[in-house]
Design a protein around this ligand. Structure first.
Ligand code: F6R
Length: 250
């Protein structure tokens, strides 16, 4: 596969990504099989809340939309606080209605090979993920593909890296953060028709530099976005501050 530099846009702030992300959703809905893959985490909270308003006010029609997401903590059923589906539904209640209607496909929290295979097949029957939203971990992880995860993996159960657990600590306090998660693999992510990765804040700057300037290597799983033919990277100035000047401002 050839290495394509993704389109990189450096925005004045994270809020400037909201209209761009909503436009991506509108473009998705013009596709014949609009299946949207959400990412979770703080990066996308404002987007989920903005999407909730658009859906509620009918400016984006949910009827045709199908949705899924990248990953789930092992053993976290959709209604369990701290879990990814719970987070998505809290910020965008329309997704809970879709879950009830069977048009939101949750990542199987039991992580068994049979349920992961069934989930993958369900996504394929729905036409495959057309738009995959992505965040990036401080350690360069993509979904919960931690550094060192081979690029050829599909859905699998993974052990979370120490930095990933540290970043999740506040979410689970006073309990300990989980140690394992079910995650979409890099091979699965690369199958999506379009990728949109967002990174905001100075804490992400080293990972962003590794993603865009280092080798395309499992040491930085997010670097694989450079192997996708239709990838957009949205950064705020802080996340972009360790890039040299060769990335055009958006
Ligand atoms: C979550 C996920 C993770 C996050 C990443 C960034 O579904 O796939 O890769 O996108 O850890 O998390 P935040 O946005 O909280 O900085």
């Amino acid at each position: 596969m050839s290495a394509n530099l993704p389109e990189v846009r450096i925005l004045p702030n994270a809020a400037a990504a909201l209209p761009l992300l909503l436009d991506e959703v509108r473009a998705l809905l013009r596709q014949p099989t609009p299946l949207l893959g959400f990412a979770t985490g703080g990066t996308f909270t404002a987007f989920l809340q903005a999407l909730a308003v658009e859906l509620q006010q009918g400016r984006i029609a949910a009827d045709a939309l199908r949705a899924t997401h990248l990953d789930e903590y092992l053993g976290f059923a959709p209604d369990r606080a701290g879990g990814m589906v719970h987070e998505l539904g809290t910020n965008c209640p329309a997704l809970l209605a879709m879950l009830a209607r069977g048009t939101f496909f949750p990542v199987p929290h039991d992580g068994t090979p049979a349920s992961l295979r069934a989930h993958d097949e369900r996504l394929q029957r729905a036409g495959g993920v057309q738009l995959q939203l992505l965040g990036i971990g401080r350690n360069g992880h993509l979904a919960f593909n931690e550094p060192g995860t081979p690029f050829d993996r599909g859905f699998h159960v993974t052990t979370l890296a120490a930095t990933t657990r540290e970043d999740a600590r506040a979410r689970f306090a006073p309990q300990e953060p989980p140690t394992q998660a079910v995650t979409s693999g890099i091979a699965t992510i690369l199958q999506a028709r379009r990728l949109v990765l967002c990174a905001f804040g100075a804490a992400k700057a080293p990972a962003v530099r590794a993603m865009l300037r280092g080798g395309i290597d499992p040491a930085c799983p997010a670097s694989v976005v450079r192997r996708h033919g239709s990838a957009l990277v949205l950064l705020d100035r802080e996340a972009a501050r360790e890039l040299d000047g060769s990335v055009a401002a958006g």
